[in-house]
Design a protein around this ligand. Structure first.
Ligand code: PCA
Length: 212
């Protein structure tokens, strides 16, 4: 039984790769206790795939990971909102606007990862990181919300979501001007995050707030 289920996403938005899945699969190959699963970047298919992976592996920790092109750092997310508002179509051509992830459910869920302790551990591993207070309104937020909604049925299982930057290869191949982080560094950060979440239930009492 894998202690940790970690998911990454398929490429989307015209990108040839998704560093979230590249890093997660690297970590899954390195660690026996991590089950790595790729989720489709599709509103309809992503949550059933996550639920099936959860029921197959029965982990005590679930970490879903997605690409946030343009972000500078590895960013554990603090809050998932019950809203989908897609800026671009998903990989199935669907572009839902202003619909809930789960009707008649709470407006938001907080992560159950100790995000501040995770950020401290990732920085300790010499990878830039900070807490994020928005996972957006696209497939990643949907999966994050759906994960926390699912875990509400499984007390004792903790989980959350992490956004990661583009990889240098993606940025170089397209010529876009954007920050990037190597897939190996991202995998290293995810490992530090998972180890910290497994070992720590109490978060650090330090500020990670933001004015905007
Ligand atoms: N990032 C997108 C969806 C899949 C991914 O890797 C997002 O942030 O919603």
């Amino acid at each position: 039984m894998a202690r940790v289920l970690m998911t990454g996403f398929a490429p989307f938005g015209g990108e040839p790769v998704n560093p979230s899945w590249q890093a997660v699969s690297l970590l899954g190959a390195r660690r026996d206790d991590v089950a790595a699963v790729e989720l489709p970047c599709e509103f309809a298919a992503s949550l059933p795939a996550l639920r099936a992976a959860f029921l197959e592996h029965r982990p005590s920790l679930v970490v879903c990971v997605g690409q946030a092109g343009g972000r500078l750092e590895v960013t554990p997310e603090r809050v998932a909102i019950n809203l989908v508002d897609a800026r671009i179509p998903d990989n199935a051509g669907e572009q839902p606007v202003d619909v809930p992830v789960v009707p008649d459910s709470p407006a938001a869920y907080f992560t159950t990862l100790p995000v501040k302790a995770c950020v401290a551990a990732i920085r300790e591993a010499r990878v830039p990181a900070s807490v994020s207070h928005t996972a957006g309104t696209y497939v990643c937020n949907q999966v994050f919300y759906g994960l926390m909604h699912l875990l509400a049925e499984f007390p004792g299982v903790r989980g959350g979501f992490v956004h990661v930057p583009f990889s240098p290869e993606q940025v170089a191949a397209s010529g876009k001007a954007a920050p990037s982080l190597g897939v190996d560094r991202i995998a290293h950060a995810l490992e530090a995050l998972a180890d910290t979440a497994l070992a720590t239930t109490e978060d650090l009492a330090v500020s990670a707030g933001a004015e905007h």
